[in-house]
Write a protein that binds this ligand. Structure first.
Ligand SMILES: NC(=O)C1=CN([C@@H]2O[C@H](COP(=O)(O)OP(=O)(O)OC[C@H]3O[C@@H](n4cnc5c(N)ncnc54)[C@H](O)[C@@H]3O)[C@@H](O)[C@H]2O)[C@@H](O)CC1
Ligand SMILES: [K+]
Length: 465
């Protein structure tokens, strides 16, 4: 698992390390690492670097990096956004090494963004934004792209767009929640001072290792039977996609119950289809909601699923029904695992606006509903009712297509039926879903059925990752 630590935790760790190392040692270590990354980006014949230097430690890093770059023969100039508050030792070291202070960046081969780091609040101020708008070279952001909130990844106005971000000691939430380009981590010795992270991201190999595969003594029942209560006469496709995803995610069995039985049977002859949830037989987890509708009969289905006493993933129309009719919550036995998979508008119906802090919003809803909340996005935030938070970054945006959510809910359901921890089930499903989208797309738009067909390749890739 890759951990991510919030600013408050990073600062506390930094203070403990700083107390036992010489003054300025941490910054020099960080800046030396930044200079190495910058050198790696200077691949052309010309090596001219421009620094954008703000008022604090982030600007100090940039100036010290400029110092090390000068020592390797790079031409370095710096724009001081707040000359009166520029980092004094950093500026002295930069000037000693032959760095030049300029008014404008001019023609350079690389820009180092040292405008603001962990103390960032809000978007770039107008003067900084003007320099950033004029950039015409690759950008290396120091610690994080300036203008983006370090803890929430929120971008409320002008911000730096980084090709590479070099960060120090540990990853921070911004590195998963916003686009920071390629992220390089430089060790500055914070490790021993950092306890458990605030957020985490599963490695591909971990997802692969958790993925349920049949053992020698398994049969079709022992691996968990997934139930799909989705689709309708109007929307049979949602049922076909969710059932297909569950079938491709795990071995074992999938039961479909609902008005789209004929369409599901035609696409997936191996599924056990019935027209009604009361005839469905036993399952170890239910997927409810995609394409189900929100009428009285759909409410009856949702109630029956919640009363079944097995883990449930509630998506799409099921979320809308829970929002519109809070009495439905009473159908659920306390403590029965529930995974809610809202996009932002569904989240808003259920728990109010997401706002700028997606992690806080997901945590709040997870605690309130005693459920895992999978808040969809390019970075999906997954919060457990116990306070754990995982994030999943999608490579591209290719999964943003109609029907893609139906596939995701089928994957989550199959992993719940296989008895994975609900937060883990949701996170593994999110990763497989994103991987399948990337594999299917290879640079071109894809429909959800293509994403679905790539699920086996995604699982293979994760299991060998
Ligand atoms: N504390 C340390 O020893 C270390 C600090 N490091 C660097 O120091 C940074 C933190 O330094 P500071 O705490 O001095 O703060 P920053 O350099 O992040 O910010 C400096 C000042 O910028 C201003 N500011 C805030 N938001 C702004 C905005 N949107 N636009 C323009 N200006 C804004 C504020 O007045 C703030 O005090 C880290 O991000 C990292 O780059 C690293 O060298 C590692 C070691
Ligand atoms: K920065």
């Amino acid at each position: 698992m890759r951990g991510l630590w919030t600013v408050e935790r990073v600062r506390a760790a930094e203070e403990r390390v700083m107390a036992r190392v010489p003054d300025g040692a941490l910054m020099r270590r960080a800046a030396f690492g930044a200079a190495r990354v910058a050198l790696g980006m200077l691949t052309g014949p010309r090596r001219r670097v421009g620094l954008l230097v703000g008022a604090g430690g982030n600007g100090g890093d940039a100036l010290w990096a400029g110092h090390y770059l000068r020592r390797r023969g790079v031409a370095v100039s710096a724009v001081l956004l707040r000359p009166d508050r520029a980092h004094a030792e950093g500026l002295a070291a930069f000037l000693r090494a032959g760095g030049r202070v300029v008014d404008r960046l001019g023609e350079v081969d690389l820009v180092v963004d040292g405008i603001v780091g962990l103390s960032a609040r809000g978007p770039l101020r107008p003067d900084a934004a003007e320099h950033v708008a004029a950039i015409d070279a690759p950008v290396l952001a120091v610690d994080l792209p300036s203008g983006i909130d370090p803890d929430t990844g929120a971008i409320a106005g002008p911000a730096v767009r980084a090709d590479v971000t070099v960060t120090f000691g540990c990853l921070k939430p911004v590195h998963a929640l916003a686009d920071c380009g390629r992220v390089e981590l430089v060790d500055i010795g914070l490790g021993p001072e950092l306890a458990g992270p605030d957020l985490a991201e599963l490695e591909d190999a971990e997802v692969g290792a958790h993925w349920p595969v049949p053992g020698r003594s398994d049969d079709k029942y022992t691996q968990g039977v997934t139930g799909i209560a989705a689709g309708s006469a109007t929307y049979p496709g949602a049922a076909v996609l969710a059932t297909g995803a569950a079938l491709l995610a795990t071995s074992g069995m999938v039961r479909y119950a609902g008005a789209a039985a004929e369409a599901v049977r035609a696409s997936w002859p191996e599924s056990i289809c019935t027209g009604s949830i009361t005839d469905a037989g036993r399952v170890q987890a239910w997927v409810v909601g995609p394409g189900l509708g929100t009428g009285l009969s759909a409410e009856g289905v949702l109630r029956a699923v919640l009363e079944a006493g097995v883990p449930v993933v509630a998506d799409a129309d099921a979320i809308t029904m829970l929002a519109n009719n809070p009495d439905l919550w009473d159908a659920r036995d306390p403590g029965t695992p529930l995974v809610l998979t809202p996009h932002d508008r569904e989240f808003e119906r259920l728990a109010g606006p997401v706002g700028e802090d997606r992690v806080a919003a997901a945590k709040r809803a997870a605690a309130r509903f005693d459920a895992v909340v999978l808040l969809k996005g390019n970075t999906t935030v997954l919060a457990g009712p116990d306070g754990r938070v995982l994030v999943n970054r999608a490579g591209g945006g290719w999964a943003a297509t109609a029907g893609s959510g139906d596939v995701l809910s089928g994957l989550v359901g199959a992993l719940l039926a296989a008895r994975l921890d609900p937060l883990l089930a949701a996170a593994c499903a999110a990763r497989a879903h994103a991987t399948a989208a990337d594999l299917a797309s290879r640079g071109a738009p894809i429909p959800a059925s293509a994403l679905l067909r790539a699920v086996p390749d995604a699982i293979r890739a994760l299991r060998s990752g």
